[in-house]
Design a protein around this ligand. Structure first.
Ligand SMILES: *[C@@H]1O[C@H](CO)[C@@H](O)[C@H](O)[C@H]1NC(C)=O
Ligand SMILES: *[C@@H]1O[C@H](CO)[C@@H](O)[C@H](O)[C@H]1NC(C)=O
Ligand SMILES: *[C@@H]1O[C@H](CO)[C@@H](O)[C@H](O)[C@H]1NC(C)=O
Ligand SMILES: *[C@@H]1O[C@H](CO)[C@@H](O)[C@H](O)[C@H]1NC(C)=O
Length: 482
């Protein structure tokens, strides 16, 4: 684009309209033309750019309110670039636990929760008023909540976002109870350096108790979906006096669920071990439909199980659609189904006719089952998958699906990655021994994440800090290595 020399410039309202469609390089060139246009770009250009390139993130949301649009764009552009270069800081978030667990993560704009056994470890999101001065916001260990031992371990966990407290969660237990619990702030004054631990009582159980363990919980708006290991699915209206709306029986060993109330046709997705392991059921405010409205097929003969289900951010390359479902399978493949598509599998039994995936992602060097999936990352284009062994997380940019790569979590625990949460610049994950983060953004310092003094425990643990002392060494490999 050309802008005439000062004196012969376009009116500013026209310039602003022009800026609406400019790429980042053009905005930078434009801001170099003269003082007046530079001011205009700072005033309007960057915020217009931000509107078009939304990068949803929980942990950055608070800081973003203070950062200048320029700082935000700088952060976004740097982090997008680091994703394509597979450049990140890996950090463990705690020392390894003494026992092995199957932990679950939950993230809100102010807290990261890690549920392991009978305990929920709470990390608070720290603030940053300026990227340059304070660095990127991070998290710090605040304390833990412990639940009585005799009631079974925590087997599922999700934030309930709609009540805005940011501290209300739904917790599913091994003994079949589902509870809605407010996690109170920890007492301020501390007499020693140990993080505080609060003893929690289970009080408010949601609806009728299922008799087996609560494998999965998923929340959308004010509705909650639960799925038990033997296939009992429950739908709850969290703002109603008696929350339980309806239950259905899937009658198969079940693993994962996903609820979407914000689509024009709300739905629930279930991952099971059955001839049709991934099915979609229609949801209305008063019912969960007992028969599937769609069968999402793997296009392989062998039937297999689905352990992870998620959706993609609104700015993902395939468009802001709630009809795209991303799933992680036992056969080591991540499949992406677009429910708007008409690509049916002919000759396969089932009604409605099974839908073929629009994209399949695999690591050619590993057939390990996928335990967890999450979407986000650079340009909102990445799919991250936690695999069953050696704490490996696999990454694919859906714009270049054959060029994926994988990284081991710091410490290289010989464990599955049980739970993953990917936001614009960070991936939080958890193994049987500890939580960890991969941070693809600028501004990370030693203080961004909990400082773990190298004890004899962590040395035994083979944790190796990088030379800069900020991140830790992790093994990585390229899927297209020869
Ligand atoms: C980028 O800008 C958006 C605003 O649309 C913001 O949500 C996000 O936190 C920013 N940074 C990154 C890397 O996500
Ligand atoms: C949930 O229950 C409340 C109170 O009964 C009701 O106002 C609301 O419409 C219900 N929500 C849905 C999604 O049906
Ligand atoms: C991590 O474990 C894998 C498999 O056991 C091994 O190939 C790799 O070399 C290990 N990496 C590190 C950094 O210890
Ligand atoms: C993986 O290897 C391919 C081909 O050698 C290369 O083009 C690509 O940049 C590599 N990706 C990463 C993330 O290293």
């Amino acid at each position: 684009m050309t802008v005439e020399a000062p004196g012969l410039i376009l009116p500013s309202d026209v310039l602003i309209i022009v800026m609406e469609n400019l790429a980042i390089e053009d905005l930078i060139s434009l801001s170099c033309t003269c003082k007046f246009v530079n001011l205009l770009v700072h005033e309007f250009g960057w915020s217009l750019y931000l509107k078009r390139s939304d990068r949803p993130s929980f942990t950055l949301q608070l800081a973003r309110k203070y950062w200048s649009p320029f700082d935000q764009v700088r952060y976004n552009v740097t982090s997008d670039r680091w994703w394509t270069q597979a450049k990140f800081n890996a950090r463990p978030l705690s020392h390894p636990w003494r026992a092995k667990f199957q932990p679950i993560l939950a993230l809100s704009t102010s807290m990261l929760l890690v549920a392991a056994g009978h305990t929920i470890y709470a990390y608070t999101v720290t603030n940053s008023f300026s990227l340059t001065d304070d660095g990127a916001p991070g998290i710090s260990h605040e304390g833990s909540y412990s639940f009585a031992n005799n009631q079974g371990e925590i087997t599922s966990l999700t934030f309930i976002p709609y009540d805005h407290s940011e501290r209300t969660v739904a917790i599913g237990f091994e003994d079949g109870h589902i509870e809605r619990i407010y996690l109170p702030p920890f007492p301020k004054e501390r007499d020693n350096s140990q993080p505080p631990s609060l003893i929690m009582k289970r009080t408010y159980s949601l609806g009728s108790r299922i008799m087996d363990l609560v494998e999965s919980l998923s929340c959308s708006d004010s509705m909650l979906l639960s799925l038990s290991a033997s296939g009992t699915a429950g739908l709850y209206n969290l703002s109603a006096e008696s929350p339980l709306v309806s239950t259905i029986e899937l009658d198969w060993r079940s693993w994962s669920s996903f609820l979407c109330m914000t689509s024009s046709l709300p739905y629930a997705v279930f991952g099971t071990t059955s001839p049709n392991p991934l099915v979609v059921h229609a949801v209305t405010p008063s019912s969960l439909h007992p028969t599937p409205s769609a069968i999402l097929h793997p296009t392989r003969e062998r039937s297999t199980a689905v352990y992870g289900i998620t959706d993609a951010p609104p700015s993902a390359p395939w468009g802001s659609s709630k009809q795209v479902i991303v799933s992680g399978w036992y056969d080591g493949v991540v499949r992406v189904h677009d429910m708007r598509s008409g690509r049916r599998d002919s000759g396969v039994p089932g009604s409605p006719a099974p839908l073929r995936p629009m994209l399949t992602l695999r690591d050619p060097w590993s057939d390990e089952p996928i335990y967890s999936v999450s979407c986000g990352g650079g340009s909102s284009s990445f799919v991250a998958a936690g695999t069953a062994r050696h704490s490996v997380v696999a990454f694919w940019d859906v714009r270049r699906p054959t060029e994926g790569w994988s990284a081991h979590a710091p410490g290289n625990d010989s464990s599955p990655v049980y739970s993953l949460i990917c936001e614009s610049s960070r991936v939080f994950g958890v193994t049987q021994s500890r939580p960890f983060v991969f941070d693809f953004g600028p501004g990370v310092t030693k203080e961004t994440y909990p400082f773990l003094p190298s004890s004899t425990r962590s040395q035994r643990d083979s944790l190796q800090p990088n030379e800069d002392g900020i991140g830790y060494r992790v093994a990585e490999y390229n899927h297209s290595r020869t």
